[in-house]
Design a protein around this ligand. Structure first.
Ligand SMILES: Nc1nc2c(ncn2[C@@H]2O[C@H](COP(=O)(O)OP(=O)(O)OP(=O)(O)O)[C@@H](O)[C@H]2O)c(=O)[nH]1
Length: 609
């Protein structure tokens, strides 16, 4: 089949379509923009529209050229690539799960930003991911139709961006939003950026293309810039190996009626042939199976029965999205590398995919938390973001949260309560695991936005640390000084009962008391406030107390005498060094007086310090 190339194909035979991914914050218009691109047709009867692939849409270069019209001449662009293969699933989860050796599978990305709202956490996250993967990107500054007074219409933006077409106020407003909401935040992230028509050197400055996904304004400019940049920068990467076997990545694993478990894959290099062998790199294994069918979507006009959505093909040339039916696919997961090879290349392919999986393995720490995600790529992205926030990871795995996971994390928790957590991206908690979560009191963070997970987890850690610290603080014995009130010795011993006034600090049941010269008197067994049992008495309170121990009132201490809470030296040290800011003024006073007393009694000026 490869030999049947037409003349037109020959011209481009060594360049494949660049693979394009769309990223951006929720609601900034990714899906609407993709829909607009997919529906793009030059004129009804003109030949050449968008070709639907599995999981992707191909926009032939002719369509882009015709859409651009005069724009093309203006920019003197000479586009040689056969078109663009735009991945249908937007978002950085799709971007990260689409990987190949050496980074992201997407050759170039479109970052969608609502020009009216500007950068949001997910926009920043997307930029970070793109930077990390070294993927070039352009910014689609979307929703320009919402700029007050903007007269938006389908077609190139640049032809609509002048004083004839727009009111001066609308132009000013556009410039303000462009700068404040897009250029400035990009600068802050370390990128130079400008409106694409003003960019002098595309290797140094990020191109911003204003668009409206609703009216279609700017879509031609966007496609042309993406195509032009991909061709300029990625020529080497786009060189297609037409003779070689197919290399690709699993986009999704899907159950299809009549076909069983199938995979949707993006092939980025070579040719896939029906009947060849499918080699899949799994986290701990390699699967070799036989390709039963290669399927493409059936064009709508050929689809008589909606159940019969796919059309079998004999081969597929990169770059393309294809559905593959083969036995044993229930074991595979999204993000796994694949090869489709003739029998004699199986060993070579096995080695390649194993190496890829090995390279993608996430390094783990000796201790830390468990993280889970739906694909290898998203697991990696999650691990990276958590690492940046200083989080330690003990184990990283693809898949739902299971009972086994909970039991494992319960053991991490024993050595450090802050490791009793699972951070899970875009997966489920299996019902059997739910009970165990309660039993072992494991914290599970579940979300489909990475930055939310990182934020929620670090927030929890902060609160837990605070709680643990507070718990420690609570356990410390705090100082207090009390004085026996006149005429208030009610019982001399076993237990001794007297009325006291708390001078400073808080006296609590269970606290040890001592005399001013250090003699140990016994423990506070009971505190009564006007006949009621209470647990503590704060400074200024007059209460009666019962003391268990050797003390005999009137003999060891008498009316008007002071008694001190005998705080152990290690508690004094903790209070003095770590918790001074948590003590009330009268507690501080009690602590300092007590320390002074003990330093004198022990003849050691460092006592308690
Ligand atoms: N006026 C206007 N509205 C738009 C434009 N693009 C998108 N919208 C609207 O903005 C809302 C969000 O758009 P989506 O395409 O769903 O956004 P998204 O980024 O794909 O959002 P998620 O898929 O939820 O991440 C929808 O109500 C769209 O109709 C635009 O260019 N102009």
């Amino acid at each position: 089949m490869a030999k049947k190339n037409t003349k037109k194909d020959n011209k481009n035979q060594n360049l494949r379509c660049p693979i394009v991914c769309v990223l951006g914050h929720v609601d900034h218009g990714k899906t609407t923009l993709l829909d607009k691109i997919r529906k793009t047709r030059v004129a009804k009867r003109e030949a050449g529209g968008i070709t639907q692939h599995i999981g992707a849409s191909e926009i032939p270069i002719d369509v882009i050229k015709r859409l651009c019209g005069d724009l093309l001449k203006m920019l003197k662009a000479d586009l040689k690539i056969p078109g663009l293969l735009v991945i249908d699933t937007p978002g950085h989860e799709a971007f990260t799960s689409l990987r190949k050796r050496g980074g992201a599978l997407a050759d170039i990305a479109i970052l969608v930003v609502d020009i009216n709202e500007g950068f949001k956490p997910q926009t920043v996250e997307a930029v970070n991911i793109l930077r990390q993967c070294k993927t070039p990107f352009v910014v689609a500054a979307n929703k320009i139709d919402l700029i007050p007074g903007w007269n938006s219409k389908e077609g190139p933006f640049i032809l609509n961006f002048n004083e004839k077409a727009q009111h001066p106020n609308a132009l000013t407003e556009f410039e303000i939003r462009l700068y404040e909401n897009i250029i400035k935040p990009l600068n802050e992230l370390g990128f130079d950026a400008d409106l694409y028509s003003r960019v002098q050197d595309v290797t140094k400055t990020v191109c911003i293309i204003p668009v409206s996904a609703v009216t279609g304004e700017g879509v031609p400019d966007l496609l042309m810039m993406v195509a032009g940049l991909a061709q300029k920068f990625l020529e080497d990467r786009l060189k297609l190996n037409v003779e070689g076997y197919a290399k690709g990545t699993i986009l999704e694993v899907k159950e299809e009626k009549g076909l069983g478990t199938t995979i949707d894959a993006i092939i980025y290099d070579g040719i896939a042939k029906r009947g060849d062998y499918l080699v899949v790199g799994l986290p701990d294994d390699v699967l070799v199976t036989r390709v039963k069918a290669l399927l493409k979507p059936k064009p709508l006009d050929e689809m008589r029965d909606p159940r019969d959505k796919f059309k079998p093909v004999n081969e597929v040339t990169a770059a393309a999205g294809v559905k593959i039916a083969a036995p044993e696919l229930d074991k595979v997961i999204a993000g796994c590398p694949i090869r489709i090879v003739p029998k004699d290349k199986i060993e070579e392919a096995k080695e390649e995919v194993m190496r890829e999986v090995e390279e993608a393995k996430i390094e783990v720490d000796d201790e830390g938390i468990l993280i889970k995600a739906d694909t290898l790529g998203s697991l990696e992205a999650l691990a990276n973001e958590l690492r940046k926030a200083g989080v330690k990871i003990k184990k990283a795995e693809v898949g739902d949260v299971t009972k086994k996971d909970i039991i494992e994390v319960a053991s991490y928790k024993q050595s450090n309560p802050l490791h009793g957590a699972i951070v899970a991206f875009n997966v489920k908690i299996l019902p059997e695991a739910q009970k165990e979560i309660e039993k072992y009191d494991i914290k599970v963070f579940l979300d489909n936005i990475i930055y939310k997970l990182v934020e929620d987890f670090t927030e929890w850690v902060k609160k837990e640390e605070e709680r643990i610290k507070y718990g420690e603080f609570e356990k410390l014995i705090k100082p207090a000084i009390v004085r026996i009130l006149p005429d208030c010795i009610f019982r001399q011993k076993d237990p001794a009962i007297c009325g006291i006034e708390v001078i400073c600090g808080t006296l609590k049941v269970g606290y040890p008391l001592m005399r001013e010269d250090g003699m140990q008197l016994g423990y506070v067994r009971e505190i009564k406030d006007r006949g009621e049992n209470v647990k503590e008495a704060k400074a200024g309170k007059a209460v009666s107390i019962a003391i268990d121990g050797r003390v005999i009132l009137k003999r060891h201490v008498d009316e008007g005498d002071y008694m001190y809470v005998a705080v152990p030296e290690n508690h004094v040290r903790e209070l003095y060094h770590k918790y001074m800011d948590r003590l009330r003024n009268d507690e501080k006073e009690a602590l300092l007086k007590y320390m002074e007393l003990m330093q004198k009694l022990t003849n050691n000026i460092f006592w308690g310090r």
